[in-house]
Ligand binder design. Sequence first.
Ligand code: PGA
Length: 254
Amino acid sequence: MYMKKTLIVANWKMYPLDEDVAVELATKVEQGIKNVEGVEVALCPPFVYLIEIKKHLAKASLGAQNTFWEQEGAYTGEISPAMLKKLGCSYVILGHSERKNFLGETPEMINQKVRAVLAAKLIPVVCIGEKKRLKGAIRAELEWQMKGIFKDIPSSAISKIVLAYEPEWAISSQVHAQPATPQDCKETISFMRDALKGLWDETIAKNMTILYGGSVNSSNIKEFLLEGNAQGALVGFASLEAEEFIKLVGNLIK
Ligand code: PGA
């Protein structure tokens, strides 16, 4: 496997409720990872904390958890990739299963968002994942998602995209959630690379950064990278506690 910098994306979801708590978390993480080499850490807080948190980051990058698919216009309540870029964001998480399930986001909508994010020179972190843990049947579901999300995206833009394999059944907020096994992760990532080969070509399939997400913590992170072939992780719950998250990042270089 080729090696790029390991990427850890912290998805804070709709937490915490208070800005001072958010700033404290970001400051502690920044402090805790400042000497870690070879790992890119991106913090993705709720929109309302982006400006303040940006002031406290040097080593860690900033990301958002969503965006709209136009850069400016009469779209009440939306926030654009161009705005996020101006705030100092580098990453945008797109197509998270919570957005699909609660807000009805479809692959077509995510496709438009991917294009807009790329146009604003931000890095999309595109989530795909199956709903249920069904051996075999997941392939068609993942391929369908990938086809829709990447429709007509030129190969020149593809190398900028990060994919995240996020099986919904493994996300810690789900009842009875369990992390995927490193073997599950390895098999699915290899299947995803095959699907990418079909959609584009071998080079793109080989070079795309693919993360794993779903109940990742400081104890299991390494196995997803070493045995699961993930090149990083999208971390929810374990990114909300500074000590645990710093430990997770630190364990990558041990
Ligand atoms: P989790 O969330 O780490 O809490 O399972 C991951 C995600 O939803 O991105």
